[in-house]
Design a protein around this ligand. Structure first.
Ligand SMILES: NC(=O)c1ccc[n+]([C@@H]2O[C@H](COP(=O)([O-])OP(=O)(O)OC[C@H]3O[C@@H](n4cnc5c(N)ncnc54)[C@H](O)[C@@H]3O)[C@@H](O)[C@H]2O)c1
Ligand SMILES: O=C(O)C(=O)C[C@@H](O)[C@H](O)[C@H](O)COP(=O)(O)O
Ligand SMILES: [Zn+2]
Length: 375
């Protein structure tokens, strides 16, 4: 196989700009890359058990060979780790390691570790630099970029957090070889989101190349990660703190976060699975509101089925609240303004927009029908 050279994208945020390096085996160059950035001699890695078993040894080796003194904290895997207890544990551990303001924290893991370690770095000594080394498809295409960090609360998803941009993102696509099919498909939920929110051509590419992606064909994977990061980098550069159209990246998430809360942040529903279901619900609401043609949600559902994604509330095991219960959970969304829920709706595939006046009766009717289909 011909090696694919790493690609470099930049998130342009003035003095806080940073690069995203995407490539197979790029993680092997971490030591050199950090030295070139002028990193100090000490780094602290935050990771979780499953990733540690697969990748921590290799990363420790390349960093130590490059002359770094490294320590590592290994947490438990899973969404449940994004909580106060693990935040406290991580911050205390970083303090016990005497990590100083100019040292670096490395988040080695999926979105759970990226969000938690990023938040710990944001509040440690009022802000320590973080390097994101995302190890899942979802974290390579989305969570490692853009600086949203945080933990969940029993009131709702990601309700406690901070914007804290990383210094660097190293997306090694070879790390994705060991992902389970379920985790890979969940990550695909965020990939397809980009096509749906702003690039119909990318959605059409995914319809054609989805099977190659599922087979983890390196060129397809590299393109999907690059295109997703490119779109996210552009959006974040023009609206870093979600005062405006960064909210487009939240397509499907108002539904998704309510469903994650309703399923107790458990493996009944992974975040990316909830995003796919939520995107389809957002298109259902858009079609029913006369904003887009009915063919659009049908086309999306057909593609999700082709990719083996969960598409409907009926695909979530166990009990769910009724439509009113889900609406109550949605009312905790961070996009709520003056008590009104903001939705991301669409005029068509690739044409999403932020709607502050969606008709809540239509939303409720779509949810009720989706829940009835579970019976
Ligand atoms: N900050 C953001 O902008 C943003 C964006 C999207 C999602 N998120 C958050 O990201 C989280 C979901 O991220 P995720 O899907 O990566 O979940 P995750 O971190 O739980 O990882 C998913 C699973 O993959 C395993 N895993 C990780 N790397 C692996 C590897 N290389 N090989 C084999 N297994 C591996 C993990 O142990 C875990 O079981 C959610 O909490 C979500 O809210 C944040
Ligand atoms: O980066 C963003 O902006 C996103 O919205 C990306 C989402 O995929 C991600 O799940 C994010 O955490 C959701 O945003 P939140 O502000 O509702 O937590
Ligand atoms: Zn998301």
């Amino acid at each position: 196989m011909t090696p694919i050279p790493p690609e470099r994208l930049t998130v342009s945020l003035g003095s806080r700009s940073y690069d995203i390096l995407i490539g197979r085996d790029v993680i092997r160059d971490t030591g050199r890359i950090l030295k070139d950035m002028g990193a100090r001699a000490r780094v602290a890695i935050v990771t979780e058990r499953r990733v540690a078993d697969l990748r921590l040894g290799g990363l420790l080796r390349v960093l130590e060979e490059a002359g770094f003194t490294v320590s590592a904290l290994v947490l438990e895997p899973g969404e449940g780790t994004k909580d106060w207890k693990n935040l406290t544990r991580t911050v205390d551990w970083l303090l016990s390691q005497k990590i100083e303001r100019d040292d670096l924290v490395i988040a080695l893991g999926g979105g759970v570790i990226g969000d938690l370690a990023g938040f710990a770095a944001a509040i440690l000594r009022r802000g320590v630099g973080v390097v994101q080394i995302p190890t899942t498809l979802l974290s390579q295409v989305d969570s490692s970029v853009g600086g949203k960090t945080g933990i969940n609360s029993h009131f709702g998803k990601n309700l406690i957090g901070a914007f804290h941009q990383p210094r660097l993102v190293l997306a090694d696509t070879a790390l994705l070889d060991s992902l389970t099919d379920r985790d890979f498909r969940a990550g695909y939920g965020e990939v397809v989101k980009y096509g749906l929110l702003g690039d119909a051509g990318f959605f059409a590419w995914l319809e054609q190349n989805g099977p190659a992606l599922l087979a983890r064909e390196p060129a397809a994977l590299a393109y999907a990660v690059r295109r997703s990061c490119e779109m996210k980098a552009e959006i974040v550069a023009r609206d870093e703190e979600e005062r405006g159209d960064r909210a487009l990246l939240n397509l499907g998430h108002t539904f998704c976060h309510a469903l994650e809360a309703a399923t107790g942040y458990s493996d009944r529903l992974l975040h990316g699975e909830g995003v796919a279901i939520g995107c389809l619900l957002a298109f259902d609401v858009s079609a029913r509101s006369g904003l887009c043609a009915q063919e659009e949600p049908s086309r999306i559902a057909a593609h999700f089925a082709q990719m083996g994604l969960k598409t409907r509330l009926a695909d979530i095991p166990g009990d769910l609240p009724d439509a009113e219960g889900l609406m109550r959970l949605m009312a905790q969304d961070k996009k709520v303004q003056d008590g009104r829920i903001t939705f991301i709706l669409a005029h068509g595939i690739g044409e999403a927009f932020v709607s502050r006046n969606a008709d809540l009766e239509t939303v409720k009717a779509v949810l009720s029908e989706a829940l009835e289909a579970r019976a």
